[in-house]
Design a binder for this molecule. Structure first.
Ligand code: FES
Ligand SMILES: [Fe+2]
Length: 408
């Protein structure tokens, strides 16, 4: 349970909000490279409550600027891309990547030369077919982490696109540390509908645990017949990494969340694959029927039911957490602590400053029995034992012996 004030603190993401300021310290995916394949193309994007425009320049870079032109408010979505700059299609004011107005065609030469920052503009970086944005202060810009799933070349990537979720980002991301939901929300629901479930989440469940690690929270579990496993990482602040997938829960605004979903299909023998094609964008079927009832026949529909029915912004002052919800508590503490770090002028966790690593390979944090909602990776080799990952800070929870989940 959280008081109203703390709930507001952890959920509001707009400019100059404490959580918004924290989230702006990370790279977030804001578009697909293939949707801006040609110079001059523009696309509207709303992120962290800001309306922005992406534009492909003739140099091949991607500009990310505020949508509204500050002259008389027209949309830069219709702007002309000129070299590395964008010109408003209403009266022709010209802006560069730094957001400076560098030309006003109907003003005197002197007035037109005024070169000052007039629009918001943000840094972008492309990797693995995604366009990322950094919307925080320039002096704190982290290196791009080069997540393994985006830079590996021993397979092919595709993106699974679903409709935005009509709820706040934090309840979507809390689901990433909600280990227990996998039993009923997924496995039992598939069973309820008479569908097959290969995930392995429905086995008799014995215990589960959580531990902080460099990138967020690593989870552990033990199933009666399958043994121990760990991984399914909550990558701070808004990612989930499972064996062949990574999901970003991107806050569009306070009550809308976009899931950017990367799936990786490794080549069977680990050899490199060069298709030359951009990753495919695969649109997912609707999660609800025409009457708005969740179909509950896919992981996406099941998770959407869980998080959207909590309300646009879950009122955490009315919930009743149990001892089994300790992953949720750990994540809330982590988020509060990192918000405070930024408020005090510090740099938040789960970022790299200085030189970018060639690869951030999160597979080293996975091992043992891996129940999974995604395809397995036949090339995966566990690199570390349980005892090399977990220490005294590992918080475990034993499921009571008489619980129905012990019967599977
Ligand atoms: S509104 Fe953009 S130049 Fe006038
Ligand atoms: Fe789920």
């Amino acid at each position: 349970m959280l008081d109203h004030e703390t709930n507001e603190l952890l959920t509001r993401v707009g400019p100059n909000t404490p959580c918004g300021n924290l989230l702006r310290r990370y790279w977030h995916p804001v578009g697909y490279s293939s949707e801006l394949s040609e110079a001059g193309q523009t696309r509207r994007v709303r992120i962290l409550g800001e309306d922005l425009v992406l534009a492909r320049t003739s140099g091949g870079d991607v500009l990310l600027v505020q949508e509204r032109c500050p002259h008389r408010g027209a949309s830069l979505l219709y702007g002309f891309v000129e070299g590395q700059n964008i010109r408003c299609a209403y009266h022709g004011w010209l802006y560069n990547a730094a957001g400076e107005c560098i030309e006003r065609p109907f003003e005197s030469a002197k007035a037109s030369r005024v070169c000052k920052k007039m629009i918001e503009s943000y840094a972008t970086h492309e990797c693995g077919g995604l366009i990322f944005a950094y919307m925080g202060p320039a002096e704190h810009k982290p290196a791009f982490p080069n997540w393994d799933i985006l830079v590996r070349n021993d397979g092919v990537r595709h993106f699974e696109v679903q409709e935005d979720l009509a709820c706040n980002w934090f309840q979507v991301q809390e689901n990433a540390v909600d280990v227990t939901h996998t039993f009923y929300t997924h496995s039992k629901y598939f069973e309820h509908l008479g569908m097959s479930d290969e995930s392995g989440f429905g086995k008799p469940f014995k215990r589960f645990g959580f531990q902080r690690f460099d990138w967020g929270i690593v989870k552990s579990w033990e199933y009666e017949s399958a043994g121990r496993g760990w991984g399914n990482l909550m990558v701070f602040p808004n990612m989930l990494r499972i064996m062949t997938e990574m999901h970003w829960r991107v806050p569009v605004d306070d009550t809308t969340t976009r899931i950017v979903w990367v799936s990786f299909t490794p080549s069977a023998d680990g050899s490199s694959v060069q298709t030359g094609e951009p990753p495919k964008i695969v649109r997912q079927p609707a999660r609800t029927d025409e009457g708005g009832r969740y179909l509950m026949d896919t992981f996406m529909s099941q998770d959407a039911m869980a998080v959207e029915t909590q309300g646009a912004i879950l009122d955490r002052s009315r919930e009743n957490l149990g001892a089994s919800d300790r992953g949720i508590v750990m994540f809330r503490q982590m988020l509060q602590e990192q918000i405070a770090t930024v408020q005090q002028g510090g740099r938040p966790m789960a970022n790299v400053y200085g030189e970018a690593p060639a690869i951030t390979d999160l597979r080293e944090w996975m091992g043992g029995y891996l129940p999974m909602s995604c395809a397995p990776d036949p090339t995966f080799r566990q690199s570390r034992d349980f005892t090399e990952i977990f220490n005294d800070s590992h918080i475990e929870y034993e499921i009571p012996a008489n619980s129905p989940v012990m019967r599977g």
